[in-house]
Each structure stands twice: as structure tokens, then as C-alpha cells.
Design a protein around this ligand. Structure first.
Ligand SMILES: Nc1nc2c(ncn2[C@@H]2O[C@H](COP(=O)(O)OP(=O)(O)OP(=O)(O)O)[C@@H](O)[C@H]2O)c(=O)[nH]1
Length: 251
């Protein structure tokens, strides 16, 4: 006999990384999971995923992170994997103006295939390659802030997979935003006097079958749409200096 508490269960969440080809999605994932960086990556074909365990605010999570192909020709290969996602990282590169323009399309593609409520889903906007020299920068931080505000996206962060800047923070931001939305949803349910009917598991089981690769993440945390809620509160914080790693969110 022992008085030790059983170890806390880890919550499984599915994270999808989207963005134009070459913005550094694979580099971001490799840096986060293995703390490695490769200068010459091959284009991703379809999707790849890796798991990463992380403790945030005392809570254990296993992130199942899906790296998708940014090239248009792989569209049909990647879209079936959006369902069942808990968090979505929308990536652009700071030296590629067009990759920022592409974010609207990426967001729409995700919303179409993931079948989630746009105001109740944690999107994180990630500007990668912030190690580049100032003269190569094509995307202004404030411009992205405005785009995020227009889309009601609360979180924006600049990262560098090469220099290992803010990479873990981007995922932590996603987790915190997910948690925030869960809390708001729970509060809303309590206010409405809703109760969870434990005699009706059938709908959840049906959803799990629909999910491709990673539906468990939703099942494990009771990821019913009804459990999500608007996260429209903006965390507007401007960068202090031009050089500082940027985020609009205090970690
Ligand atoms: N300077 C800089 N270059 C980066 C960074 N991250 C990635 N790169 C470069 O960008 C190239 C493309 O990165 P990938 O991670 O393959 O891009 P991707 O978005 O996964 O591309 P697809 O697989 O085609 O969708 C890499 O080969 C690196 O040379 C970064 O943080 N800084």
C-alpha cells in the first residue's frame, strides 16, 4: 500500500499546422518536438504527425501535431485530416508577403473541412522566420494584428525555428487559448443550467467514427462542439521594440 497519488492523466489534443509551402511548418514542428533544425527540408507530401508531451500550468498534455503540405497540389491529401482538431496554427513567413495573404484561404479551408465554429475555435497565427534581417522583412507586425482583429483571432506570435525563438511559446499559446475557450464554454453551460446527459453516449461515438486520425483527442476530453465557446476577447499588446520576439499575448 502506498499513499502516493496516481499520476495525473495526460489530455490528448490534436493540433494542426497550416500555411503556404515553405513558411517553415515542418521546421517549427521539428524544433518543438526534437529541438533540431534543418536548413534543407523536403516539401511535406500530404501530412505527417508527431506527438509531444508537455506540462502547462500544472496540467499534462499530449499534443498530436499534424504537419500538413502547404502546396496546393496536395490539398486533397491534407484536408481529410482536419476533422477532430482542437487547435490550429496558421503560419506565414515574415519574408513572404503572399504567405500572409494566404492565411484567409487557409482559415477558410480549415473551417470547411474541420467543421468547427469559427468564433469558438482556438486559432493561433504564427509568423515564422523572425531571425531574418530587418531589410528582408515583408510583413509588418501591426498589419497582422489588424488581420487577426478582423478575424476575431486572439493570438498572434512571431517565431524562429532556426534560432529557436518562441517556438514552444506558440504551442503553449495554443493550449492556453484552448483552455480559455473550454472555461468560457463551461461557464456558459452552467449559466444555461445545462446538464451533461451521461445516458447519451451514442452521439459521441458517431463523432469519433467521423474523425480521421486524432479523433481520440476530442473523445478524451469530451470535445463536443457544445463544450467550446467564443474566444473573441482580444489580447491586444503591441511589440515594445522592433527586435523583440513578438507576440500579442503574455505567456
Ligand atoms: N531563416 C529561417 N528559415 C527557416 C525557418 N524555418 C524554416 N526555414 C527555411 O524554410 C525552408 C522551408 O521550411 P519547411 O519547414 O520545409 O516549410 P513547410 O512550411 O513545411 O513547407 P511545405 O512542406 O512545402 O508545406 C527550410 O528549408 C528552411 O530553409 C526559420 O525560422 N528561419
Amino acid at each position: 500500500m502506498t499513499n502516493m497519488r496516481p499520476p495525473q492523466k495526460s489530455k490528448l489534443l490534436k493540433v494542426v499546422i497550416l500555411g503556404d509551402g515553405g513558411v517553415g511548418k515542418s521546421a517549427l514542428l521539428t524544433r518543438f518536438v526534437s529541438n533540431r533544425y534543418e536548413e534543407n527540408n523536403f516539401h511535406t507530401i500530404g501530412v505527417e504527425f508527431m506527438n509531444k508531451d508537455i506540462v502547462v500550468d500544472g496540467e499534462r498534455f499530449t499534443l498530436q501535431i499534424w504537419d500538413t503540405a502547404g502546396q496546393e497540389r496536395f490539398r486533397a491529401l491534407r484536408t481529410p485530416f482536419y476533422r477532430g482538431s482542437d487547435i490550429c496554427l496558421l503560419c506565414y513567413a515574415l519574408d513572404d508577403r503572399d504567405s500572409l495573404k494566404g492565411l484567409t484561404l487557409w482559415r477558410n479551408e480549415f473551417l470547411n473541412y474541420a467543421d468547427v465554429d469559427q468564433d469558438k475555435f482556438p486559432f493561433i497565427v504564427v509568423g515564422n522566420k523572425n531571425d531574418i534581417p530587418a531589410q528582408k522583412r515583408q510583413v509588418n507586425f501591426e498589419l497582422v494584428q489588424q488581420w487577426c482583429a478582423d478575424q476575431k483571432i486572439a493570438c498572434h506570435i512571431e517565431t524562429s525555428s532556426k534560432a529557436a525563438t518562441n517556438v514552444t511559446d506558440a504551442f503553449v499559446l495554443g493550449l492556453r487559448q484552448w483552455r480559455h475557450m473550454e472555461c468560457v464554454a463551461e461557464a456558459e453551460l452552467r449559466q444555461q443550467g445545462d446538464t451533461i446527459d451521461l445516458t447519451r453516449p451514442i452521439r459521441l461515438v458517431q463523432r469519433r467514427i467521423c474523425c480521421t486520425g486524432g479523433g481520440e483527442g476530442q473523445a478524451a476530453d469530451g470535445g463536443d462542439d457544445a463544450m467550446r465557446s467564443p474566444g473573441s476577447k482580444m489580447f491586444g499588446q503591441k511589440r515594445n521594440t522592433a527586435k523583440a520576439p513578438a507576440t500579442n499575448y503574455r505567456l
